[in-house]
Design a protein around this ligand. Sequence first.
Ligand code: ATP
Ligand code: MG
Ligand code: MG
Length: 550
Amino acid sequence: SGIVSKNFIEQIIEKDIKEGHCTTVVTRFPPEPNGYLHIGHAKSILLNNGLAKEYGGRFNLRFDDTNPTKEKTEFVESIIADVKWIGGDYEDRLFFASDYFDQMYEGAVKLIKKGKAYVCDLTAEEIREYRGTLTEPGKESPYRNRTLEENLRLFEEMKDGRYEDGSKVLRAKIDMASPNINMRDPIIYRIARMTHHNTGDKWCIYPMYDFAHPIEDAIEGVTHSICTLEFEDHRPLYDWVVTELEYENPPRQIEFAKLYLTNVITGKRYIKKLVEEGIVDGWDDPRLVSISALRRRGFTPESIKMFMELCGVSKSQSSVDYPMLEYCIREDLKLKKPRVMAVLDPVKLVITNYPEDMTEFMEVSNNQENEEMGSRQVAFGRELYIDREDFKIDPPRKYFRLFPGNEVRLMNAYFVTCTGYVTDENGVVTEVQATYDPKTRSGSGFNERKVKGTIHWVDAKTSVKAEVRLYENIVDEEKGVYNEDGSLNLNPNSITVLKDCRIEHSVSEAKSYDSFQFLRHGYFCVDSKDSAKDNLVFNRIVSLKSSYKP
Ligand code: ATP
Ligand code: MG
Ligand code: MG
């Protein structure tokens, strides 16, 4: 058996367990309910959930809803659905940070009583000026030495609504000369008259993220608070808060590098614009990488998990190529999904020596690489459809598919020889004609001669009509993601809609999220938004060819 090396977070956790800093592992995923989750969040969910499982611990879903300006209840629901779908099983451990507002307030009072926090009347701009720079120490606020009594009274009055928004803040009293600017008396409470989705108008003061987050973790008994690298400089403040509030088993913050994927858009601002301008069909447009978009496109939780495992966990920023994600979904679907025949750009093929009203059924394996999936009966008749690109009047060199005089194998059926074709007034082929050789029926053991080309087909009478949508990346990083004016340089071919596809009858009962391999074309998934029983719509998840080598 191979030795799987532990990632750096696992190493920290194992050391903490060994040294007795914790007896169990508690992790959390703490989204702000201000947008839809994307593939980066999936990484955080799977990482945190995976660690809890690995060490027999617990995993919490906690809405970090302490900032009422941007939060919406609608996002709470979509986030819950996405977390569940991706496999972030939190059982009944669903929490809202806003439920802890009372404890946060008490924490602030405790700091004041310890002489570790004060009410400051400087304006926001003054506070910024006083804070100093990387090379210059900050300056102390003239309000820094207010008495405990005065601070307690003023903070209570702030809470009671006695002061205007922005006129006072509560600041931690740490060190204005600290080389870490986050430690220069950071603001921990502000006055803001905003209605909160959970607590309504109960509060007119709200805690700042750096003060609230460690308290949330500590209240829930989180042992390892995993976040992304941009919070590394905030860790001393995180530690300061849990130490000064004297939590018994303080949580520990660990940072890892965000997941970046090439040729995709994750910025909320840009997606919002694409949605508003109707360039994409909502937040779950299959070209996006929100979790709901990936689900709609036909990605599976298993494929996303495999992807995250391949990416690994690291402390250094890098971006991962999109084809690696495609590799994972191919691997996941390869042995699980039926392989069916679908003609995306149909042209009629008439077998002129086949009886007019006859239909026969071919026994076709559902998945040639997984015999356990059994077989099905596929109708064959005199009139078929084949893909337009499988016929050429004047074939280029090394073209082994249909052209006048050439013989090919119709996959799972007979050998046919092209005998003619019909074109319209523009020279467009409207019908291809061929004769079949009854001796060559698939499964008959015929081996008197071989042909070089094999093409797929569907029976004209029984096949179902469908719409198929093909996708390319929405942006191309090599060509530049942004134009000079800062707008997105969108790929004009990011979607191709094929309205008159023909698919073998076996897919006629397909439901939302069902997926198939369409032989020679790739993997396709029934669109959950637009597909209907008599108007099937498929999204191509991924083609069969890969540019990624594992
Ligand atoms: P975005 O602005 O892209 O929505 P965010 O950081 O504002 O991201 P939060 O709701 O604060 O989103 O994130 C919840 C959790 O997901 C945080 O712990 C955050 O670190 C993590 N997270 C966000 N983006 C990524 C990413 N690209 N890779 C890994 N983890 C991420
Ligand atoms: Mg967010
Ligand atoms: Mg955030």
